[in-house]
Design a protein around this ligand. Structure first.
Ligand code: NFS
Ligand code: SF4
Length: 626
């Protein structure tokens, strides 16, 4: 099968049909641009090129014949470590800056300066306040308490602390280990800035010391920035509860105004969701000949509103261009991250209006309409109105919605999971102890045109559940699983007999959607709770993580905080580290002695499943479970 063949690019039906149509119309996609980039630069793929200063750029000859040092004298180990560490810093910065934006809104809400937003989950706010040691009695009303929580967590970004607040959630043994290694994250911004500093020419030139700080930077993301993002989103928009919805291109409606929300931060998408229910706008839609206003999500902002509001999900990362090619999208509204700069240009082939909303994220051929807390509600109303007014411009003959949507269940926050189990971890622990469930694995992360779209996720997850391993998922992986039907109750039939029984008893699917990419911290929180109630370290649990199709710097940060937290992590795409034998050795085996967990790289999802099953079994054995 040639690379151009839709079926070689994706396993999904909607993807295949849409790619065939786009090819016929001569519309370019990420896959075409990927092919135009081949062959990739070998030095860069191995991590052996350096652009950190302009005595270079430099590169190291991997065959040992040409240059073995950059102009400054940096060798392969230093260059590979610095490059990887800068990826971690960029990923941690992205998640954490998203978290900061939520804190700013929470602060604005507390000051009455964000009229569209409110505290939707008072109980969660109170729990957080108590956890942070803030006495509710010192605060007359809820808004003042919210302000205190926002301020306390804002301090986590700075440099004046010994540890970020949520380090309190880390199991004792794990924390002691981090203390010994001196990798307790002190401040979120601090670790990122220090990483940029260390990787400047002439600072940290010990690859081991660089990588240790890389782990600390990643931990500042997982137990800092990402954790803040999730917790504050729950306060502002509600803790997710199980909710039914649907997924794939079929969630777009032929007879309705379709507004697609793409990006990551729920601040914009939640406002649009509210506006789309406005009676006067619905009336306007009817006047324009549409039977309603239909919202659909993409990528992680899609996951946020799917988890909390059951808003249908149009697709994951590699589907974002294909959604536009339905010709049925009146408006796409984006915030930031994972938004291909190609989208604006592609939309010009259709009537679709493309709107960027974040001060810090601009795109070619998009109209910039900036969201600020004071005017967010009005702007959301105005944008939905303009989308409705764009409906008559749709060209009916060009509309192509190739499939019917697939049903899914989403919304499994840790709180919701606990509720499903009668507010106790015991049912889950018992199921693990008596072997009904062998273990649990987080299958997370992106799509990447290097891997056949969704093949890595669906194949790996299918194998895991068939072997009685519960899967929790986030991000683009979750969308892949949803489309494959794995998020329905009847998917329990595809699980092994033990997991199937548990799913049927608790009325849950075998693949649980825990959220967006920042919500990977829900997996950390759950793992920490399980470890604490067994009195063991996270690295002792029969759990693992996998990112079969990852592409982004954020995914590197996530993988590193998972491993530093003690979770064995299997990557489906090789990171640019192969140019250093030392670093490959450390990450794939040496780290076991350091943090009790390692990375593995395995592009074949069947073999990745074997690795994970073996790992889970070995952890069971060590715990004395059969
Ligand atoms: Ni995560 Fe979400 Fe998807 Fe990957 Fe991008 S949308 S934050 S980075 S591509 S999972
Ligand atoms: Fe070359 Fe060193 Fe400058 Fe990198 S930091 S570009 S290896 S001289």
């Amino acid at each position: 099968m040639g690379l151009k063949e839709p079926a070689s690019r994706t396993i999904t039906e909607d993807g295949r049909l849409m790619l065939a149509r786009m090819a016929k119309e001569g519309i370019e996609t990420a896959w075409d641009r990927y092919e135009a980039q081949l062959p990739h630069c070998g030095f860069c793929e191995l991590g052996l090129s350096c652009r950190n200063c302009v005595m270079g750029p430099c590169r190291i000859d991997p065959f040992g014949e040409g240059a073995q040092k950059g102009v400054c004298g940096a060798d392969a180990d230093i260059i590979v470590a610095r490059n990887l560490c800068r990826m971690i810093a960029a990923g941690a910065a992205s998640h954490s800056d998203h978290g900061r934006d939520l804190l700013e809104i929470l602060k604005a809400v507390s000051e009455g300066k964000a009229p569209g937003y409110t505290i939707r989950d008072e109980a969660k706010l109170r729990r957080l306040a108590a956890e942070l040691g803030i006495n509710a009695d010192d605060h007359g009303d809820l808004l003042s308490l919210a302000g205190a929580v926002a301020e306390r967590l804002e301090e986590d970004f700075g440099t004046r602390k010994k540890a970020v607040s949520f380090v309190k959630r880390v199991p004792e043994k794990r924390l002691a280990l981090w203390q010994k290694l001196n990798i307790v994250p002190r401040g979120i911004d601090r670790e990122v800035v220090e990483m940029m500093h260390r990787t400047h020419m002439g600072v940290d030139n010990d690859w081991k010391s660089l990588l240790l700080h890389g782990l600390r930077t990643a931990l500042a993301d997982g137990w800092g920035g990402s954790m803040i993002a999730t917790e504050i989103s729950d306060v502002l928009f509600g803790v997710p509860k199980p909710v039914e919805s649907s997924v794939n291109l079929g969630v777009l409606k032929k007879d309705q105004v379709n507004i697609v929300l793409h990006g990551h931060n729920p601040l914009v998408s939640e406002m649009i969701a509210q506006a789309s229910q406005d009676e006067s706008l619905l009336e306007l839609a009817r006047k324009k000949g549409a039977s309603g206003i239909n919202l659909a999500g993409l990528c992680c902002t899609g996951n946020e509103i799917l988890m909390r509001r059951g808003i249908p999900m149009a697709g994951n990362h590699l589907m974002t261009e294909l959604v536009l090619a339905t010709g049925a999208v009146e408006m796409m509204i984006v915030d930031y991250q994972c938004i291909m700069p190609a989208l604006g240009d592609l939309a010009r082939c259709y009537h679709t209006r493309m709107i960027s909303t974040s001060e810090k994220a601009r795109f070619p051929h998009m109209e910039h309409r900036e969201f600020h807390p004071e005017g967010a509600r009005e702007l959301a109303y105005q944008l939905v109105k303009e989308a409705v007014e764009n409906f008559p411009n749709r060209i009916a003959e060009r509309v192509y919605i190739p499939v019917e949507p697939v049903k899914i269940i989403s919304g499994f926050s840790v709180e919701a999971l606990l509720e499903a189990m009668g507010n106790s971890l015991d049912p889950l622990l018992d199921a693990v102890k008596n072997g009904l469930i062998k273990g649990a694995v987080g299958v997370v992360g992106c799509n990447n045109p290097r891997i056949r779209h969704d093949f890595g996720h669906v194949t790996l997850t299918g194998r895991l559940i068939a072997n009685d391993i519960l899967v929790v998922d986030t991000g683009c992986a979750a969308v892949a699983h949803g489309k494959a039907g794995l998020k329905q109750l009847k998917a329990a039939e595809k699980a092994g007999p033990g997991l199937r029984k548990v799913c049927e008893t608790l009325s849950i699917p075998p693949v649980l959607h825990v959220g967006s990419c920042v919500d990977n911290i829900r997996i950390l929180v759950l793992a920490a709770a399980l470890a604490n109630s067994l009195g063991v370290d996270i690295s002792d649990l029969p759990i693992a993580a996998a990112a079969p199709e990852w592409y982004s710097e954020k995914a590197v940060a996530i993988a590193c905080y998972a491993v530093a937290s003690g979770i064995y992590t299997v990557l489906g795409v090789t990171p640019p580290i192969m140019g250093s034998r030392n670093i490959v050795g450390l990450l794939t085996s040496g780290l076991k002695e350091v943090v009790g967990a390692t990375f593995a790289v395995e592009s074949d999802p069947e073999r990745a499943a074997d690795l994970i099953i073996a790992h889970v079994n070995s952890k069971r054995k060590a715990l004395g479970l059969s």
